[in-house]
Design a protein around this ligand. Structure first.
Ligand code: NAI
Ligand code: HPV
Length: 598
C-alpha cells in the first residue's frame, strides 16, 4: 500500500483545458526560443497514443498546393488525393471519403465540412500558421484533431515583411510600374529612409520577433506591443514592449504580426488610425481582418497613413478593392509563406504531423488538443490506459448505466501539484465513462466538450502522498456519486460507486472496489462476486468457467475479515455465457455478482 494521503487539494470543479497543466505548457502560443526558429523543424517521434484507431489505409485529401516532399511522405502511408480549387460543395462531397484534409489559407474548413464528413474526418492539417480558416469549435465537437505547421514559414513571412517595408519606403512597386510604362519619374518617387525611424511591431511572436531583429539591422528603433510576450525575450533582441496606444502613437512604421482573433479583428480602425502619427506607414503580413479596410482607405485619403504595404486581405482575392487600387498601397497576393524553402519545410512539417496523428500519436502541433511533451506522454501512457479502464468499470457498475452526472477523480501522487498534467487522464476517464453507455466517440479532442454537453461534471482532486515522486502516480480513484449500483459492494461508506487502480509492472490493475481491496490486472474482462468468505469458492467458480473453456487470467479475494464478506475479482480472457454467469450467481455463498467488460 502506498503512503496514505496527507493533503488533498481541489484542483478543479469543471473540466477545462487549463485546470491542471504541465508547467512548461502554460505559456501562450508565443513562447518559443527566437534563436531556435528554423525553416524545417526536426521531427520528434511521439509515443503511440490511441486518439484514432485506423484499420485500413487512410485517405488524405490535399486541397491546396503542397510541397512535393510532403506529398511523397503522405503517399508512403496513405492514399493521397490532390484536388485543388474545390468549391465548398465539392469539398463537402469529397470529405466523407477522407480521413485527413490538408489545406493552406485558401480553403474554408467550415462546420459544414465536419458535418459532411460523417465522422470519418479525423485530422485537419493546416500547412502554415494561421488557423482562422478552420472552424475550430466544430472540429473539436466532431473529435477532429487540427494540427498546423507553426515554424517552417516564420523566416519567409518575416523576410516578406521586410521586403514590403523597404519596397514601400522607396516606392519600388510604383516606380517599377512607371518605368515599364515608359516613364522616368525621379522626383515623384523620392522615398523615405528607414534608419533612425521607429518601427512598432504589433504581435511579438515568431514572425514579429524575426522582423524586429532584421529591422534593428537596418538601423531602426524597434518597439513592440504584445500583451502575452515575455519582456526578457524582447529585451534580448533590444526591443521595448509598450502599450498598444504608445506603440501606434509613436511609430513611423507599424508592422502587424498578430493572429486574427475576435480580439484583434479590425484592431486598426477609424479610432486607432486617429491616434497615429500623421504620415505613418503600415505593413500587414498577418491577416487582412486585423485592419478595417474601409477605415484604412479613409486614413490614406486623409494623409494620416502615408502608405500601406499589404500581403493579406479580408477577402482573398480582394474584389474591386479601393484599397488595392490606392496609389499609396503596395499589394502582394498572400506571398508571405511562399518561398521554396518555406513551402518544402511546411509540407514536411504538416505531412509528419498528419501521418503521426493518423497513426495515433499525439501531435506536437495540435491546435485543439493538449500539447503534451513526448517524455510526459511516455511516462503517462500506462496511466492513460488505467484511467480509461477505471472509467469503463465505474460506469458499468451504475444501475441502469445512465444518469451519471457527478464524478470525482482522485490522483494519488507524490509529485508536486504542477508536475502532473492530468488532461490526458481526465479525457480518458471521460471516454471510459461515456462510450459504454452511448454511441458517442470520445477522444482527447472532444472529451471535455462531450462531458459538458452531457452534463457530466468531473471534479479532479490530488492526494499528495509521502514517498518518492519517481512515478507520476500511485493510484487513480474514480467515484460516481448520486447513483444506484448494480453491485452494492462497489459503494463506499459514503454511498458513491468507487473503483481504484494502480499500474504494476506497466500493467493497469484494479486495486479497490468500494471498501474492498482486490488485485486484478485490467487486461480482459472481470467478474466481481461478493461472497461469504469460506474455503472452496475459488475452485467452484473456476470449475464453472473451465467447463465453458473460459480462461481465468487472474483471481483475487479481498475481504474485510476472515469468514466475513469478501469480494472475489476474476479476470477472464473470454466472455462467459449467460448460463455460466447464472450458475456462478447460484452458488449459495455468492451474494451478488457482476460481469464487467473492459
Ligand atoms: N502572410 C503570410 O503568408 C503569413 C502570415 N502569417 C501570419 O502571421 C501572424 C503571426 O504568425 P506567428 O508569428 O507565426 O504567430 P505567433 O503565434 O508566434 O505570434 C503571434 C503573436 O501575436 C500575439 N498577440 C495575440 N494577440 C495579440 C494582440 N491583441 N495584440 C498584440 N499581439 C497579440 C501573441 O501573443 C503572439 O506572440 C499570424 O496571423 C499568421 O497567420 C504567418 C506566416 C505567413
Ligand atoms: O501560415 C500562414 O499563416 C499563412 O498565412 C501562409 O498562408 P499560405 O499557406 O501561404 O496560404
Amino acid at each position: 500500500m502506498a503512503a496514505s494521503a496527507s493533503t488533498t487539494i481541489n484542483f478543479s470543479t469543471e473540466p477545462s483545458h487549463t485546470s491542471l497543466s504541465w508547467k512548461s505548457h502554460l505559456s501562450s502560443s508565443s513562447a518559443f526560443d527566437v534563436a531556435a526558429v528554423s525553416p524545417i523543424r526536426s521531427h520528434r517521434q511521439y509515443p503511440r497514443f490511441v486518439i484514432f484507431a485506423m484499420r485500413d489505409k487512410p485517405t488524405v485529401l490535399v486541397a491546396e498546393k503542397l510541397g512535393e516532399a510532403g506529398v511523397n511522405l503522405l503517399k508512403e502511408f496513405a492514399d493521397v488525393d490532390c484536388s485543388y480549387n474545390l468549391t465548398p460543395e465539392e469539398l463537402c462531397t469529397k470529405i466523407s471519403l477522407c480521413d485527413a484534409l490538408i489545406v493552406r489559407s485558401g480553403t474554408k474548413v467550415s462546420r459544414e465540412v465536419f458535418e459532411s464528413s460523417g465522422g470519418r474526418l479525423k485530422v485537419v492539417g493546416r500547412a502554415g500558421v494561421g488557423i482562422d480558416n478552420v472552424d475550430l469549435a466544430a472540429a473539436t465537437e466532431h473529435g477532429c484533431l487540427v494540427v498546423n505547421a507553426p515554424t517552417a514559414n516564420t523566416v519567409a513571412a518575416a523576410e516578406h515583411g521586410i521586403a514590403l517595408l523597404t519596397a514601400m519606403a522607396r516606392n519600388i512597386a510604383q516606380a517599377d510600374a512607371s518605368v515599364k510604362a515608359g516613364k522616368w519619374l525621379r522626383n515623384k518617387y523620392v522615398g523615405v529612409s528607414l534608419v533612425g525611424k521607429t518601427l512598432a511591431v504589433m504581435g511579438f511572436g515568431k514572425v514579429g520577433s524575426e522582423v524586429a531583429r532584421r529591422a534593428k539591422g537596418l538601423g531602426m528603433h524597434v518597439i513592440a506591443h504584445d500583451p502575452y510576450a515575455p519582456a526578457d525575450r524582447a529585451r534580448a533582441i533590444g526591443v521595448e514592449l509598450v502599450s498598444f496606444d504608445e506603440a501606434i502613437a509613436s511609430a513611423d512604421f507599424i508592422s502587424l504580426h498578430m493572429p486574427l482573433t475576435p480580439a484583434t479583428n479590425k484592431i486598426l480602425n477609424d479610432e486607432t488610425f486617429a491616434k497615429m502619427k500623421k504620415g505613418v506607414r503600415i505593413v500587414n503580413v498577418a491577416r487582412g481582418g486585423v485592419i478595417d479596410e474601409d477605415a484604412l482607405v479613409r486614413a490614406l485619403d486623409a494623409g494620416i497613413v502615408a502608405q500601406a504595404a499589404l500581403d493579406v486581405f479580408t477577402v482573398e482575392p480582394p474584389k474591386d478593392s479601393k484599397l488595392v487600387q490606392h496609389e499609396n498601397v503596395t499589394a502582394t497576393p498572400h506571398l508571405g509563406a511562399s518561398t521554396k524553402e518555406a513551402q518544402e519545410g511546411v509540407a514536411i512539417e504538416i505531412a509528419e504531423a498528419v501521418v503521426g496523428a493518423l497513426n495515433g500519436e499525439l501531435a506536437a502541433t495540435a491546435v485543439n488538443a493538449p500539447m503534451v511533451p513526448a517524455e510526459v506522454l511516455s511516462e503517462l501512457k500506462p496511466y492513460v490506459a488505467l484511467a480509461e479502464k477505471l472509467g469503463r468499470l465505474a460506469v458499468q457498475l451504475v444501475a441502469g448505466g445512465s444518469g451519471v452526472k457527478s464524478v470525482k477523480v482522485t490522483y494519488g501522487s507524490a509529485r508536486a501539484p504542477d508536475d502532473l498534467d492530468t488532461r490526458l487522464l481526465r479525457a480518458m476517464i471521460t471516454k471510459g465513462l461515456i462510450e459504454p453507455i452511448s454511441s458517442s466517440f470520445v477522444n482527447l479532442v472532444n472529451a471535455d466538450f462531450t462531458a459538458k454537453q452531457r452534463g457530466l461534471r468531473i471534479a479532479e482532486e490530488r492526494s499528495l502522498l509521502n514517498g518518492s515522486p519517481e512515478s507520476p502516480l500511485e493510484f487513480i480513484q474514480v467515484q460516481i456519486s448520486s447513483v444506484d449500483s448494480k453491485f452494492a459492494s462497489a459503494l463506499s461508506d459514503s454511498g458513491e460507486i468507487r473503483v481504484e487502480g494502480r499500474v504494476k509492472d506497466g500493467i493497469p490493475h484494479l486495486t479497490k472496489v468500494g471498501s474492498f481491496e482486490v488485485d486484478v490486472s485490467l487486461e480482459g474482462s472481470i467478474i466481481l462476486c461478493r461472497q461469504v468468505d469460506q474455503p472452496g469458492m475459488i475452485g467452484k467458480v473456476g470449475s464453472i468457467l473451465s467447463e465453458e473453456n473460459v480462461n481465468v487470467s487472474f483471481m483475487s479475494v479481498g475481504r474485510i475479515a476472515p469468514r466475513k464478506h469478501a469480494i472475489m475479482a476474476i479476470g477472464v480472457d473470454e466472455e462467459p455465457t449467460k448460463e455460466s454467469l447464472k450458475r456462478i450467481g447460484e452458488i449459495s455463498a455468492v451474494e451478488e455478482f457482476v460481469y464487467l467488460k473492459i
